[in-house]
Ligand binder design. Structure first.
Ligand code: ATP
Ligand code: MG
Length: 264
């Protein structure tokens, strides 16, 4: 379907279209489509823009990635479908490794996603030959690569599930999540939860990586100042403010009812 650029929900419709296409070719699983819907609902509430607290978290995320010894970006089907190019750009800017890590893992799907990343310019993508297991996770969800996520000190996990975010944090890693739901276990368990839409978040993090590279000392200062609880609290306050604005807008404008004149 061709979506007219003038459509008020153009960006959102394009994202849906991309996901459906990627579902047809086996990159995205049906569960991924449902997860996207949950994200969209939160994006609506948040106003479909990066909030001030999201920008703070994104800058802290950039600082953590820049100061990491072994930074890794984890990619799943939805991330590959929506933001392969942004992932590759960010990985290059840091520089970081990329590892395909799937909740619904099949070797064929991993290969398909690696190919998609390579088509977007990625090199040496990990994930096809996992040789380690993340402690505390069962079955295939634990699989990881020793050159990648398993030994990483900082992992960016966009659209990760809560269990894995928690297991990675328990290994002592700095876990940066991207999840529009500030209440999800992922957001709660991550070291630096970014509550923003995936493509906006990756672009903002990359922009901050560039800025911090030009400002020595600023990344360390940013990390010292970052306070997860305070940042999530600011996200809730932002939501509260958004709802207040919406409530005000929804209030009926009072029409003055003319008093009936007693002589009428
Ligand atoms: P958990 O509590 O375990 O973290 P969950 O609600 O996160 O569960 P998932 O299946 O992991 O459940 O859902 C993926 C999450 O990703 C959702 O919370 C949704 O808000 C978020 N999400 C989906 N699409 C996007 C997107 N494009 N950008 C940002 N966040 C997204
Ligand atoms: Mg989650």
């Amino acid at each position: 379907m061709r979506i007219p650029k003038s459509h008020p929900r153009y960006a959102s419709l394009v994202r849906r279209e991309r996901l459906v296409r990627a579902w047809k070719d086996g990159t995205v699983v049906p569960e991924g489509l449902i997860a996207h819907g949950r994200g969209e609902a939160f994006d609506y509430l948040l106003g479909e823009e990066s909030s001030a607290p999201a920008l703070v978290a994104e800058k802290a995320a950039a600082a953590a990635l820049l100061r990491a010894k072994r930074p890794v970006i984890s990619v799943n089907g939805n991330v590959a479908a929506l933001a392969a190019r942004e992932v590759v750009r960010l990985a290059r800017a840091i520089p970081a490794r990329i590892e395909v890590n799937l909740f619904h893992r099949t070797p064929a799907r991993v290969r398909r996603i690696v190919r998609r990343l390579e088509a977007a310019g990625a090199e040496a993508v990990l994930g096809t030959r996992p040789d380690a297991r993340i402690p505390g996770l069962e079955s295939k969800r634990a699989l990881s690569d020793r050159d990648g996520i398993f030994t990483a000190d900082v992992v960016l996990v966009p659209l990760e599930d809560g269990d894995r975010a928690e297991a990675l944090a328990a290994m002592g890693k700095t876990v940066i999540s991207v999840d529009l739901n500030p209440l999800s276990r992922t957001s709660q368990r991550a070291t630096i939860p970014v509550v923003d839409e995936l493509t906006r978040a990756l672009a903002n993090i990359r922009k901050f990586v560039g800025e911090l590279q030009d400002a020595p000392g600023e990344a360390a200062r940013m990390l010292r100042a970052y306070d997860k609880a305070g940042n999530l609290g600011a996200t809730y306050s932002f939501l509260e403010w958004r709802l207040k604005v919406l409530r005000r807008r929804a209030r009926p404008t009072r029409t003055r009812t003319r008093r009936r004149s007693p002589h009428a």
